[in-house]
Design a binder for this molecule. Structure first.
Ligand SMILES: Nc1ncnc2c1ncn2[C@@H]1O[C@H](COP(=O)(O)OP(=O)(O)O)[C@@H](O)[C@H]1O
Ligand SMILES: O=c1ccn([C@@H]2O[C@H](COP(=O)(O)OP(=O)(O)O)[C@@H](O)[C@H]2O)c(=O)[nH]1
Length: 237
């Protein structure tokens, strides 16, 4: 089986790492995700990963309970670093060569984000897990995925999330919502579909970087996306 992409940027939802737990990182879920990443890596695909932090801390939730928004967002970014470390650790245990790079400097803990180094790691077949989002408050890890995807020259951004694609409306709220197999950036933005934030959408559109949204819970979905099969929703230019 051959891959349709040589280099991908995979965005993993922080919240999905909880599995059925109420909080934190579920090892079983992490191991399953790692096995799927290993499978596409074995196909020769270079994989960069941006990981969320919603399973540990969400800036908006902190701000809603009275915390300064920027402070809460920095806490959210630190949460993504913890997830990145857990994920890379599980990758190493599964025989993958993984590195973490952080957009915020915490040099004793993980190496800083250096674009050239990240690209070299990818060329060497290592998986690079990008922590701390964009390093800036008021942004999300979706935007970090778009940004890192553009920076490393990925051919596509893959958003692995709780839903199996982009629907005409939020499927959790509207049971009559229908899934798109493909949708253009212009239509997704015009319809104000909320599955990705507007900044991430706009950045990918400007950079002509397609996005595929698919379910993190569906076994084999990542491989099907990477081999160009009809899976999830493709957002195209
Ligand atoms: N049009 C839509 N199509 C699909 N999902 C949508 C849509 N509008 C809103 N959503 C919601 O967006 C959620 C995914 O976004 P988000 O919670 O930011 O994910 P993540 O934690 O992966 O970053 C889904 O769980 C879904 O309930
Ligand atoms: O560039 C970024 C990326 C993330 N965050 C903060 O980190 C939290 C966790 O990221 P996100 O909510 O995107 O994670 P996910 O939804 O994937 O779990 C966010 O709520 C923000 O508070 C931020 O401030 N800047």
């Amino acid at each position: 089986m051959t891959a349709a992409y040589q280099r991908i940027l995979l965005k993993l939802s922080g919240e999905a790492l909880m599995g059925e737990d109420a909080y934190g990182i579920n090892q079983e879920v992490v191991s399953r995700i790692v096995a799927e990443v290993a499978e596409v890596s074995r196909l020769g695909v270079q994989v960069g990963v941006v990981i969320g932090g919603g399973n540990i801390f969400r800036g908006m939730a902190g701000a809603a309970s009275g915390m300064d928004r920027a402070t809460a967002d920095y806490m959210g970014m630190l949460a993504t670093v913890m997830n990145a470390m857990a994920l890379a650790d599980a990758m190493r245990a599964a025989g993958l060569n993984a590195r973490v790079q952080s957009a915020l400097r915490i040099d004793q803990v993980v190496e800083p984000y250096i674009r050239g180094k990240a690209i070299r790691y990818l060329e060497e077949g290592r998986v690079v897990v990008f922590g701390a989002g964009t390093g800036n408050p008021f942004f999300t890890t979706d935007t970090a995925a778009a940004l890192r995807g553009a920076e490393i020259g990925a051919q596509i951004v893959l958003k692995a999330t709780k839903v199996d694609g982009i629907y005409t409306a939020d499927p959790k709220l509207d049971s009559s919502a229908e899934r798109f197999s493909r949708i253009s950036f212009d239509e997704a933005i015009a319809r104000d579909l909320k599955v990705l934030d507007a900044t991430a959408f706009a950045l990918c559109r400007d950079q002509k970087l397609p996005i595929n949204v698919f379910s993190i819970f569906k076994p084999g979905a990542l491989k099907r996306v990477v081999t160009g099969e009809d899976e999830g929703t493709l957002v195209y230019c």
